[in-house]
Structure formats: structure tokens, C-alpha cells
Design a protein around this ligand. Structure first.
Ligand SMILES: Cc1cc2nc3c(=O)[nH]c(=O)nc-3n(C[C@H](O)[C@H](O)[C@H](O)COP(=O)(O)OP(=O)(O)OC[C@H]3O[C@@H](n4cnc5c(N)ncnc54)[C@H](O)[C@@H]3O)c2cc1C
Length: 352
């Protein structure tokens, strides 16, 4: 049966969009290229609005194995600052969250085909690895991966590389990050560290291509360089066990991208806007944009003229520039001196 809407990609944005469409009686097919849920390069920090968007779909981070996070700590060089988060946040494993979201879409009537990659999108449907699928509309929700002919870019976009690894910290260090998300800035990027399910910690970092080149173009070299430049992170990781054979990596991440329409398929999530990830709001944007796109499709409306997260992305871009260069340590020291600065910044970069 020809779907009304084909959703290319079954990450948080695609699943949220499909759930909202199917809930309104729209015939939806989700094509997700991975055959099974898996880890993705992500800090796994779910902000307050992200948690609210999950709750609206009947999902509870605690029941999905989430670990509560209530404080934020930032560091650069020897400078550090910390504050309570202005919302209740979670550390939530992406494999569990993404699977639960696709289940929620299925429960509302969406058809989900795993192991099906979309190769090319046109006005009347898409070419997939299993042949052509015609559809009334196509939603581009392929996240970190671009579909041929629809490459993201633009002025001011910074192409980053991401690494992620789960670690077993030394017990004293694990206690030090109990309920805390830490952001360690280094020249050319940042590393995020927070507790994860099962007594582990999630380490996720993003670095510029130049930082990767300086470190000898290997994930291990980059990690070693980051530990030299971020003494606070080196202290946390001293004596840590690394249960994964190697970190997960993703390249070509267009930080600061905001789609400038019109034309082409309906975009959601990272295919619509990419907020620099130390903000920890990409998942919330994915969930929100998926739901908003569904509302407009149901109403027969074209995509919104202005991306509703453009302001937050612009602010995060400024902070990204500041914290990835020599001004990082003074900026962090200032945040330590001005009470309320960190929570205000956290609030100003959220989905509204
Ligand atoms: C280093 C790093 C750290 C981050 N940390 C955080 C954080 O702590 N908190 C936060 O909120 N956000 C974080 N983010 C951002 C967050 O990961 C993304 O914003 C979010 O995953 C976007 O969701 P999405 O559904 O748009 O894309 P994705 O999560 O990338 O999902 C896209 C889906 O589409 C599938 N797909 C791809 N290509 C195809 C294809 N051709 N055909 C079919 N299926 C396809 C993929 O398999 C995937 O399942 C981080 C990002 C990075 C890079």
C-alpha cells in the first residue's frame, strides 16, 4: 500500500514525526537503515524539554534505564564552574531511547522497516536499497548522514568529528560525577562526561578536523591530546577501565547548520538544524521538530518558513567559538564568578 508519508530515518526526529502522523490516522512508513538498535555517537544528555517530549509519547526516561542529572560542571584548563541545572535532565542510552520511540510509532500504527536504506529522494517518493517507494510526502530524518544530493552546509558551519565511549571510572571519580554532567573544553572542541546506566560513564567528544590532524588523525591520538589539554578530564579518567574495544566515531558533523528553505523534502532533526552538541539539546530539537513537521503535514501546510531553533543555534555557535579557543579558560572563570550565568545560558539554548 502506498504510504501517505515516507519517513527516511528512524532516529528520534523520524520516530517522533511518524508517531504524531500515525496517531492522526496518516499512513506512515519509516525506513531505518540499521537492522537493530545500536549505540550512536551522542552525549546522551536528555534535557528537560527532551524528557517532556518523551513523556508526551508515553515514555518515561526512568523506565528506559535513564540516570537523573541535576547539575552541570564546566572546565577549561585549570578554570572550572558549576551550577544546578534549571530543569530535570537525564542520561539516557540512545539504543534504548531510539528503540522505544520506534515502538511508540509502531503502537500508533506506523509501519517501521528496519534494515532499509533510502538512497535518493525526489518529489514523489524515494529510491531505497529495496526498490522504489512512492509516497505523498517524504520526511528527511537521516540525522548525521546526508542523502545524496541533499548535503548540508552553509556559511559559518564548522565540520566536526565525534567520538564516544563508555567507561568504568575509578569509584571515587564515579562518585564525583554522580548526578552531574561535565563539559571539558579543549582547543578545538569539548568532551562531555556523565554517569550512564550500569555504573558506567559516557564520554563523548567533538573536535575540529584541525584538532584531529594535530593529534595524528587517530581516535586514540585525539583522546590522548584531549587528556593533555584538559587536566580536569584527565583526573576523572585516571584508572578508568575501557570496556569497549575502541571508541565509536562519526565524521562530517556540520555544527551550526540551519536549513535555509524552501524546496526539497520536509526536514526534521539534524537535517533541519544542528546545535553544537555541548548544549545537550539536539535530541529535544529532534523530537520537537518531528512533532511540529507532523502537525503541519496533517494540516496540509508547507514547512515553517523560519527554523524555530535558529536563535538557539546562533547563540550556541558563539559559545562554541569562544570555548574552543584561548578565551575558554577566562570564560569559564567568569561563569564561576557570576552566579546565574550558567543556568541562564542553559535556558537560552533550549527548545521553547
Ligand atoms: C558528539 C555529539 C554529542 C552529542 N550529544 C548530545 C547530547 O548529549 N544531548 C543531546 O540532546 N544531543 C546530543 N547530540 C545531538 C544528537 O545526537 C542529535 O541531535 C540527534 O540524534 C538528532 O536526531 P535525528 O533523529 O535527527 O538523527 P539521528 O539520531 O542521527 O538518527 C537518524 C537515523 O536515520 C538513520 N539513517 C541514516 N541514513 C539513512 C538512510 N539513508 N536511510 C534510512 N535511514 C537512515 C540512522 O540509522 C538513524 O537511526 C550529540 C551529537 C554529537 C555529534
Amino acid at each position: 500500500v502506498r504510504p501517505d508519508v515516507l519517513v527516511a530515518g528512524g532516529g528520534p526526529a523520524g520516530a517522533a514525526c511518524a508517531a504524531a502522523l500515525a496517531g492522526a490516522g496518516v499512513r506512515v512508513l519509516v525506513a531505518e537503515r540499521t537492522p537493530a538498535p545500536r549505540q550512536t555517537v551522542c552525549g546522551e544528555f536528555l534535557s528537560g524539554e527532551g524528557a517532556a517530549a518523551l513523556a508526551a509519547l508515553g515514555l518515561d526516561p526512568a523506565r528506559l534505564g535513564g540516570v537523573p542529572v541535576s547539575r552541570v560542571r564546566i572546565a577549561a584548563g585549570r578554570a572550572a564552574a558549576e551550577a544546578d541545572l534549571p530543569f530535570a535532565a537525564w542520561s539516557l542510552a540512545r539504543d534504548a531511547m531510539d528503540a522505544a520511540l520506534l515502538d511508540a510509532a509502531r503502537a500508533r500504527g506506523a509501519e517501521v522497516r528496519r534494515g532499509l536504506a533510502v538512497r535518493r529522494i525526489d518529489g514523489a517518493g524515494a529510491e531505497t536499497a529495496a526498490g522504489r517507494i512512492d509516497a505523498g510526502a517524504v520526511v528527511l530524518a537521516t540525522g548525521k548522514h546526508d542523502v545524496r544530493g541533499l548535503r548540508r552546509g552553509g556559511r559559518g558551519v564548522r565540520t566536526m568529528l565525534g567520538l564516544k565511549e563508555h567507561l568504568e571510572l575509578d569509584p571515587a571519580q564515579a562518585r564525583a560525577i554522580d548526578g552531574v554532567v561535565e563539559v571539558h573544553f579543549f582547543p578545538g572542541g569539548y568532551a562531555g562526561l556523565q554517569p550512564a546506566a550500569g555504573g558506567l560513564a559516557n564520554l563523548c567528544l567533538a573536535a575540529t578536523g584541525a584538532a584531529f590532524d594535530r593529534a595524528g588523525r587517530s581516535p586514540e591520538g585525539l583522546l590522548a591530546a584531549v587528556l593533555r589539554d584538559a587536566p580536569g578530564l584527565a583526573a576523572r579518567l585516571a584508572g578508568a577501565r575501557r570496556p569497549w574495544p575502541r571508541p565509536l566515531a562519526a565524521a562530517g558533523l556540520p555544527y551550526g547548520f540551519v536549513h535555509a528553505g524552501p524546496g526539497g523534502p520536509v526536514r526534521v532533526g539534524d537535517q533541519l538544524a544542528v546545535i553544537p552538541s555541548f548544549c545537550g539539546d539536539g535530541m529535544a530539537i529532534a523530537l520537537d521538530s518531528g512533532r511540529r513537521a507532523a502537525t503541519r503535514l496533517i494540516g496540509g501546510l508547507p514547512p515553517e518558513g523560519r527554523v524555530p531553533y535558529a536563535g538557539q543555534v546562533a547563540l550556541a555557535r558563539l559559545v562554541d567559538r569562544l570555548t574552543s579557543g584561548p578565551a575558554a579558560a577566562p570564560a569559564v572563570a567568569l561563569a564561576g564568578l557570576v552566579p546565574g550565568l550558567l543556568p541562564s545560558l542553559a535556558r537560552a539554548t533550549r527548545v521553547r
